[in-house]
Design a protein around this ligand. Structure first.
Ligand code: PFF
Length: 449
């Protein structure tokens, strides 16, 4: 039988799929967000919760997303509709795809603002602005940026355009190649940075902070943040991996594919934390400093190390690339849907969506200055979009995906599509039917204050 193909294209191989999905997963979530939320939530206990969530909830749900996309070879809404019809069940499940598209738009809006900071830092690093800088000076530079909406708007706009241009071109070409070269380069740079931080006075303290388990540090709020972050960092709960799965070439075992992606993603996050915290402690900075953590601590370190100007420049360049490959994947499910549903050209769909997310992004960058007084549910726009997506929409999307894959799709189909052994399939089924939905629900309920 002729294998079904997506109208949007197909990755060249299973490895390209792995790289593309890793490109989506590895991004600001790993290098910027993970260290600062670990810092805000007390360290080791939080890291442990995060690892448990990746394994128990993230991996099984990622398997579900990949096979749903690959079976239908369509964008999430249409893929879910098709699988529901195949099982003679309600097509209302496709609302899951709709919520995912909305989450993608919301995430992109604040993501692009932070990616804009990264672009600005590439320029600052390159011009030697941080050579010999103290942590006070680095703090001033970062706060200066937050108070300067014009500079933020410029870089946010550049980043949004860069992303839309790639989505217009289709994800396979160019992006595939760039990912293949740049992801390993990012990894090498992180290791170099880790090597540097291992020589600082704060390394033992930094290591201890990240891996010392102290149960008293745990709060239900921290567990929710760890859970939400495990979805965010693996790009789950909003259909991105489902959309990428639709372009996966053949029926290969989904288990090993997904584990490879999850391991790569986790390793990058842990290295980022191990690179950042020692520098924080060695310079008597505050690990709970929030979103500015990476933008203040790393420039200080680069400013002091030999060759730091060039390393710092390359590091931020590569963080920018990691953010770029993730941002593309935030738009892809919606663009694919608009092309399928409204028969728009990819160019039209990408540009219209790009303008919408760019405009919402402006409200996020103004949250740091002109509109800082404006709050909804006690949060500014930037924090609100971050919180609502990572801690509510993605976990909710994740539970629904798990329930859909476990209860709606027939066992025969999931066994065939995941192509894992029957025993593993039983474990997987138990996880998506019970463990993941119950765990996520408990965390949700305990957080209703
Ligand atoms: N996984 C990305 C990161 O960790 O930076 C963010 C992200 C990309 C979330 C794509 C969700 C998504 F669909």
């Amino acid at each position: 039988m002729q294998e079904k193909q997506s109208i949007h294209g197909t990755w060249a191989s299973r490895w390209i799929f792995i790289l593309a999905a890793t490109g989506s997963a590895v991004g600001l979530g790993n290098i910027w967000k993970f260290p600062y939320i670990t810092g805000e939530n007390g360290g080791g206990a939080f890291v442990l919760m995060y690892l448990v969530c990746i394994l128990l909830v993230g991996v099984p749900i990622m398997m579900a997303e990949v096979f749903i996309g690959r079976r239908a070879r369509k964008s999430p809404i249409n893929a879910i509709t098709e699988l529901a019809q195949e099982a003679n069940k309600s097509t209302k499940w496709s609302i899951l795809g709709l919520m995912g598209m909305l989450a993608g738009v919301m995430i992109f809006s604040f993501y692009s603002v932070v990616a804009g900071w990264v672009l600005h830092y590439i320029a600052l690093m390159g011009s030697g602005e941080f050579v010999g800088a103290s942590s006070d000076k680095a703090g001033e530079i970062f706060n200066g940026l937050l108070g300067d909406p014009k500079t933020m708007l410029l870089w946010h706009t550049v980043f949004a355009i860069m992303t839309v241009v790639v989505v217009i071109g289709g994800v396979n070409k160019g992006l595939e190649r760039a990912t293949r070269i740049l992801m390993p380069a990012l990894f090498v740079l992180l290791v170099i940075l880790l090597g540097y931080s291992a020589t600082t006075d704060g390394f033992a303290e930094g290591f201890d902070f990240m891996f010392h388990f102290d149960a008293s540090e745990l709060s239900w709020d921290a567990v929710l943040i760890a859970l939400g972050h495990s979805f965010f960092t693996l790009s789950l709960g909003m259909g991105t991996i489902m959309a990428y799965g639709a372009y996966m070439p053949k029926k290969a075992s989904i288990g090993s594919t997904v584990i490879t992606i999850a391991v790569l993603d986790t390793v990058v996050a842990l290295i980022a934390g191990l690179a950042i915290f020692p520098i924080i402690f060695a310079n008597n900075m505050d690990p709970g400093a929030g979103p500015g953590l990476m933008f203040v601590s790393l420039p200080v370190a680069f400013g002091q190390m030999p060759g730091g100007q060039i390393f710092g420049f390359m590091f931020f360049l590569l963080v920018g690339v990691a953010a770029w490959t993730s941002a593309i994947s935030l738009l892809e499910p919606t663009v694919a849907y608009l092309v399928e549903k409204l028969k728009w050209s990819r160019v039209k769909a990408s540009i219209i969506l790009g303008v919408i997310v760019w405009a919402i992004g402006i409200s996020c960058l103004l949250a740091f200055n002109e509109w800082s007084e404006f709050k909804l549910f006690g949060k500014n726009m930037f924090d609100l979009l971050d919180y609502a997506t990572a801690n509510i929409m993605l976990p909710l999307g994740g539970i629904l995906t798990a329930l859909f894959a476990g209860w709606v799709v027939s066992k025969k189909v999931s066994l065939e599509e995941t192509a894992i052994s029957e025993n593993l399939h039983t474990v997987w089924m138990f996880t998506v039917r019970f463990v993941a939905p119950i765990a996520v629900s408990i965390v949700f309920v305990l957080n209703l204050k």
